[in-house]
Design a protein around this ligand. Structure first.
Ligand code: NI
Length: 252
C-alpha cells in the first residue's frame, strides 16, 4: 500500500512547466491524490484532471478568500459539477478571518450555502478555517449529518477532540517545522484513525524541502514525522492513513 495526498492544487501555475512530470511521480509513488478547487476556474480544472487520470480525484467549491464571486448562477454550476462521480467532496469552504476579503457575515452565509449544497449532493466537505475556529465549530454543529476533513488543522488539542467525532484532521508539512509544537501535540493526542495526510502543494513545503515548491509525493516526509511522534513504523502510518483517506472521500 502507498500513501495518499488528500489535498493538493495541481492546477496551480507553479506546475505549468512540469505538470506531467509531477503527475507521473504521483502515479508511481502514491495510491492517489485529491485536487482541491478554491474558485470556479480551479474547480473546473480539478474536475478536468480527475476525468483524465484515474488516480486523481476532484473536490470543488469556493474558498472564503474567493467568496466574492459566489452567486446563485455559480451555485447551480457547482451543483451540476458536484454530481459527477469524479467529485468526491465540496471544498475548500469555510472561514478566513486572517485575510478577510469579505466581512464575517458574508463568509458565514456563503459557507452555509455550500454546506447545504454538500448535503443536497450527499458528499463530504473539506473545511478551510483560519483565525476562525470558534465560529467554524459553531456552524458545523448545526450540520450534524455532514462529515469531512478540517484541512491543515490549525486548532488546539481540546477542539480537535470535539471535531474528530465527525471530521478527520488534515495534517501537512507544517508538522515538520521547528515551531510545530501545537500540531505535534494534536498528532500525539489524537488516534491515528482520525488523521489524513496532505501537502497543500505547491504551498507549505515540508522539511527538508522548505523554501522550494511543494509537491504531492512529499507526503512521505509528513508520514515519517507522524511515525516518529506516534512511535509507529512508517508502514503502519501508510496503511492507516490511506484507509482513512479512502473512508473520508468514500473511495473504493
Ligand atoms: Ni489548499
Amino acid at each position: 500500500m502507498k500513501l495518499v495526498d488528500t489535498h493538493c492544487h495541481l492546477d496551480n501555475e507553479q506546475f505549468d512547466l512540469d505538470r506531467l512530470e509531477v503527475i507521473n511521480k504521483i502515479k508511481e509513488k502514491l495510491e492517489f491524490c485529491v485536487n482541491i478547487g478554491y474558485d470556479l476556474k480551479s474547480s473546473e480544472e480539478s474536475l478536468k484532471l480527475a476525468k483524465e487520470y484515474d488516480f486523481i480525484y476532484a473536490v470543488i467549491g469556493i474558498h472564503p478568500i474567493d467568496i466574492a464571486q459566489y452567486n446563485d448562477t455559480l451555485e447551480k454550476q457547482l451543483e451540476e459539477m458536484a454530481k459527477d462521480s469524479n467529485v468526491v467532496a465540496i471544498g475548500e469552504i469555510g472561514l478566513d478571518y486572517h485575510w478577510m476579503t469579505e466581512p464575517k457575515e458574508v463568509q458565514e452565509e456563503r459557507f452555509r450555502k455550500q454546506l447545504e449544497l454538500a448535503r443536497r449532493v450527499n458528499k463530504p466537505v473539506v473545511i478551510h478555517t483560519r483565525d476562525a475556529m470558534e465560529d467554524t465549530v459553531r456552524i458545523l454543529k448545526e450540520y450534524p449529518d455532514l462529515n469531512g476533513v478540517i484541512h491543515c488543522y490549525p486548532g488546539s488539542i481540546e477542539t480537535a477532540k470535539v471535531l474528530i467525532d465527525r471530521f478527520y484532521l488534515g495534517i501537512g508539512g507544517t508538522l515538520t517545522f521547528k515551531n510545530a509544537k501545537k500540531t505535534v501535540e494534536v498528532v500525539k493526542g489524537i488516534p491515528l484513525d482520525r488523521i489524513v495526510i496532505e501537502t497543500d502543494s505547491p504551498y507549505l513545503t515540508p522539511i527538508p524541502f522548505r523554501g522550494k515548491r511543494n509537491e504531492p509525493i512529499y507526503v512521505e516526509h509528513i508520514a515519517q514525522k507522524i511515525a516518529t511522534i506516534k512511535e509507529l513504523t512508517l508502514e503502519e502510518v501508510v496503511r492507516i492513513t490511506t484507509e482513512n483517506a479512502k473512508k473520508l472521500y468514500r473511495i473504493g
